[in-house]
Design a protein around this ligand. Structure first.
Ligand SMILES: [Zn+2]
Length: 416
């Protein structure tokens, strides 16, 4: 099957400027040819004329949680307690819903940053095999935390271990289950241990030795590792342990930034979740202290992040929730607030994300030979990054996704 896109603007996300009046030919789910309009011969192709639209690669959310539903876009505000759902089937139906919402927002790949019982791996396989629509999933398992380290009330979401041997054993269990990125929980949450604020935000957990054991095991079959971090020391520990990329990196000091640069370790800062909790947290069912804490932390972390960006640290976009307020478009907008250009923010959600997940041979840019995950936008995101919300049509492996699945105008109006 062949598709010929004739588009007003093409942003291929290689870093090149937008090109006007371009054509892209898709054949058997891959990009076969790119050229100026009128130069590609494909009489047998289905033609998609979009003279006023902009074509970009499918977006990649490098830190998402299918199994952490914070807000139900269909039924309105709902409980925060996805993790407290008693039946696994309830969690799965909610996760399938979240996958559809993210796909509708132009996100064709997510890295699920952790869920209990290897449910993210199951969802990866279900989506891949066509049982339910959604972004392709790069899956983590339950978060591996130190004993006593995981959030109270959310035990099913993580697993606790003590010592390098137990950590190594757990990593091996994750590999057997088919995890792509082994997720380490190297610091408490910004809430300091959960809704109860039992400590300072992001206190350091695990020893370097414990984390190194996990990293060693993951790397043997070529899998990746990431680490949930908060305090500067937790970021340094993760780098010393050889983790492939750092989640959150909330409180980076200069030494963290130097170490990230020396080791060429990327970060996925996830600012949108704090942004959304600050504004909508109470509506979502959190106590007012969570909104206060989010505001406090994000003021500091945005400054740390601006320093890291200036210094040249590699940054990918991740949202950290299936909460439509914390959309990937919002994350990209927040990245422009730390100094990124609109194009750089778009690359953080396409090219850079693919590189970090080691998917750049097949995803992340519009280049000949790559998988045809494509999004048509009504408006150009390089003119205004908020135009990432103007998703019109979404294609995965050259097949159009049937949209719209849900009316998300309300979220996007607020996002804008
Ligand atoms: Zn997360």
């Amino acid at each position: 099957m062949k598709l010929l896109f004739n588009v007003g603007k093409l942003i291929d996300a290689t870093g090149a400027d937008a090109r006007e009046k371009m054509s892209v030919l898709v054949e058997n789910g891959r990009i076969a040819q790119i050229g100026a309009q009128g130069t590609i011969q494909a009489a047998d192709a289905t033609v998609i004329n979009a003279p006023d639209q902009t074509l970009i690669p499918g977006l990649i959310d490098t830190h998402f949680h299918l199994f952490l539903l914070l807000l139900n876009p269909v039924g309105g505000p709902s409980e925060v307690t996805h993790m407290a759902d008693e039946m696994v089937a309830t969690k799965v139906f909610k996760a399938a819903n979240a996958a559809k919402v993210w796909l509708q927002m132009g996100v064709t790949t997510v890295r699920d940053a952790g869920a209990g019982e290897f449910m993210a791996v199951a969802m990866k396989e279900a989506i891949r095999d066509g049982y339910t629509p959604g972004p392709r999933v790069v899956a983590s398992g339950p978060l591996i935390a130190q004993t006593g380290g995981f959030r109270p009330g959310s035990n099913s979401h993580g697993v606790e271990v003590t010592g390098a041997d137990e950590a190594r054993r757990e990593a091996r269990i994750h590999l057997k289950a088919g995890v792509d990125v082994v997720k380490i929980y190297g610091a408490s949450t910004i809430g300091g241990g959960g809704g109860r604020l039992i400590s300072e935000p992001g206190w350091t957990q695990f020893t370097v030795e414990e984390m190194r054991a996990i990293v060693e095991e993951a790397h043997k079959p070529g899998r990746l590792t990431s680490c949930h971090t908060g305090s500067a020391q937790s970021i340094k520990n993760a780098i010393l342990a050889g983790v492939d990329f750092i989640d959150h990196a909330t409180f980076m000091d200069q030494e963290c930034i130097d170490m990230l640069l020396e080791t060429n370790t990327p970060i996925v800062p996830t600012q949108a979740i704090a942004w959304s909790l600050e504004r909508y947290g109470e509506k979502m069912g959190f106590g007012p202290h969570i909104a206060r804490k989010s505001a406090e932390v994000s003021a500091v972390s945005m400054k740390c992040l601006a320093n890291a960006y200036q210094a040249g640290v590699k940054i990918a976009a991740g949202t950290d929730a299936d909460n439509p307020h914390a959309s990937l478009a919002k994350e990209c907008e927040l990245l422009t607030e730390i100094g990124m250009s609109n194009m750089e923010a778009l690359l953080a959600a396409t090219k850079t994300a693919a590189e970090i997940l080691k998917l750049d041979a097949s995803l992340g840019t519009i280049e000949v030979g790559k998988i045809a995950d494509l999004v048509l936008l009504d408006k150009n995101p390089v003119e205004d990054i908020r135009n990432l919300t103007s998703v019109s049509r979404v294609f995965q492996s050259g097949k159009e996704v049937q949209l719209p699945l849900y009316d998300l105008t309300d979220f996007f109006n607020k996002v804008n």
